[in-house]
Design a protein around this ligand. Structure first.
Ligand SMILES: [Zn+2]
Length: 396
C-alpha cells in the first residue's frame, strides 16, 4: 500500500492518493463502500462496472461475517478474499466493526478479547482468532482489534479500553504472518487526554496507517471536532487515517475538516433500505432551497423519499443529469412502483444511484480541497441544510 498527501486546505483537510492494487490509484478523501460478506448489499457483481471507477473499487469487509460459516482454513484454501469473491481488481479493508450487524458490545468485552453483537449472537474475539481470519483473508488493509466504548462510559472504563486496544495492537502485529498494510486502532472515547495518549502511543508503532474508532457511539457533534483534532494532530502526516462511525454528509465533512482520509459509511445502505435517494447538488453551487411537499415525508433537502405518493406519476429521473444507470434508464414513478410492490429491484436501483451520488460528493470535496476552498464548501453545505430545516419548519 502506498499513500501520499497531495494538497491541503487552509485547515487540516487534505487530498491525497492511495494505491492498493497494482497501479490503480484511488484519490482521498475516499469512501470505502460497505459490504455484506464482501459484496455490496443489493448490487450484483456484474453491475459493478456501472459504478464510477476506480472510486468504487475500495470495499469494507468485516471478518466477523464469516466467523460462523467458512473457517479460516477454507477461506485460505480458496485463496483468500479476492479469489473467494472473484474481485481481483478491488481493494479490501478488513475492520471487525461494520456498524450494521457487527456492533461493539463493550459490556461483554474483557481482557482476553473484544465482544460484538452479530446475527449469530454475541461473539468474543481474541487477537489470536482475529489474526487467523486476517491471515486467511489476506485483505489489502486491515485494522487491529479495538475495545470500542460509547461516550458515556466511566473514566476508568475508558482508560481500560485504551490500555487493551494498545495491548491488542501489539499482539496483532506480533501474530501477523501475512505482512500487508496494518492500520493501528485508536480509541479514547470522549476524553481528550485518552484520545491524545492513545494516538501518541499508536504513532510510535510500526503501522502503515491509522484507524480511528469509538466515534458514532454517543458523542455530541460539538465535542467531536476537538476529539478528532486531538487524534489527527498527534499522527504523522504521511500515513492514511480511516474512521468508522461518521456517516452522514455533515459528519463526513466534519471528519475531513479534521484530516481524516478514508470513511466507511453505512449511510447508503440505510437510505436505500428506507426508499430514499440522494439529491443534493454536486456542483459546489448554493442549491435552491425548495419548499418541501407535505406528502413527501422524510425529504430534507439532501434526499427524497421515493415511497411518497407525490412521485407516483413523476416521469423524471431521480436527479436530472445524473449519469448513473438508474437515472439514465428509469423514472421516479417506476421506482415508486417497485417500492410499493416490494420488488428488490427498487433497492438495487437505489443503491446504484446512492452509491454514485455519494462517491460524487467525495469527488466534489476533493476538488474543493485542491482549489483551497474546502472551508467555504463546508460552510455552504451546512448553511443550505440549516436554511432547508428552517423552510421545513415554516411549512410544518
Ligand atoms: Zn442517478
Amino acid at each position: 500500500m502506498k499513500f501520499g498527501v497531495k494538497a491541503w486546505s487552509k485547515g487540516r483537510a487534505r487530498a491525497g492518493v492511495i494505491q492498493l492494487i497494482g497501479e490503480m490509484e484511488i484519490e482521498t478523501p475516499a469512501l470505502v463502500l460497505s459490504t455484506r460478506k464482501g459484496l455490496p448489499f443489493f448490487i450484483s457483481p456484474d453491475l459493478f462496472p456501472s459504478l464510477p471507477s476506480p472510486d468504487s473499487h475500495f470495499l469494507h469487509v468485516s471478518p466477523l461475517h464469516f466467523l460462523e460459516g467458512l473457517t479460516p482454513k477454507t477461506i485460505s484454501n480458496i485463496g483468500g478474499l479476492h479469489q473467494m469473491l472473484g474481485l481481483h481488481e478491488f481493494g479490501f479493508a478488513a475492520v471487525p466493526r461494520d456498524s450494521i450487524v457487527c456492533l461493539p458490545d463493550c459490556d461483554s468485552t474483557n481482557k482476553t478479547g473484544a465482544s460484538f453483537e452479530t446475527p449469530c449472537g454475541r461473539l468474543l474475539i481474541k487477537p489470536v482468532e482475529y489474526m487467523k481470519m486476517i491471515s486467511s483473508m489476506n485483505p489489502n488493509l486491515w485494522v487491529t482489534l479495538a475495545d470500542e466504548v460509547p461516550a458515556w462510559v466511566s473514566e476508568k472504563r475508558n482508560k481500560t479500553s485504551v490500555d487493551r486496544t494498545l495491548r491488542w495492537l501489539d499482539d496483532c502485529i506480533a501474530l501477523n504472518s501475512i505482512g500487508g498494510a496494518v492500520l493501528g486502532a485508536i480509541v479514547g472515547g470522549s476524553s481528550v487526554e485518552e484520545r491524545r495518549r492513545c494516538a501518541q502511543e499508536v504513532a510510535k508503532r510500526n503501522v502503515s496507517g491509522y484507524w480511528i474508532g469509538g466515534f458514532g457511539l454517543g458523542e455530541s457533534m460539538e465535542e467531536r471536532s476537538t476529539l478528532l483534532n486531538t487524534v489527527t494532530d498527534n499522527l504523522p502526516e504521511q500515513k492514511p487515517r480511516k474512521i468508522c462511525g461518521l456517516e452522514l454528509p455533515e459528519e463526513v465533512l466534519q471528519g475531513i475538516a479534521s484530516g481524516v482520509d478514508l470513511f466507511h459509511s453505512t449511510y447508503i445502505y440505510h437510505l436505500t433500505i428506507g426508499g430514499f435517494a440522494l439529491t443534493f447538488p454536486l456542483d459546489r453551487t448554493v442549491g435552491n432551497v425548495s419548499t418541501p411537499q407535505l406528502s413527501d415525508i422524510g425529504s430534507d433537502g439532501t434526499k427524497i423519499n421515493l415511497k411518497a405518493t407525490v412521485y407516483r406519476k413523476d416521469t423524471s429521473p431521480i436527479v436530472d443529469g445524473c449519469s448513473c444507470y438508474t437515472c439514465q434508464n428509469h423514472t421516479k414513478a417506476y421506482i415508486n412502483h417497485l417500492l410499493n410492490v416490494h420488488e428488490m429491484l427498487a433497492q438495487t436501483l437505489l443503491e446504484i444511484h446512492n452509491t454514485h451520488h455519494y462517491l460524487g460528493f467525495f469527488r466534489v470535496i476533493r476538488e474543493s480541497i485542491k482549489d483551497g476552498k474546502f472551508e467555504e464548501f463546508w460552510e455552504q453545505f451546512i448553511g443550505n441544510r440549516r436554511e432547508h430545516i428552517f423552510a421545513a419548519s415554516l411549512t410544518a
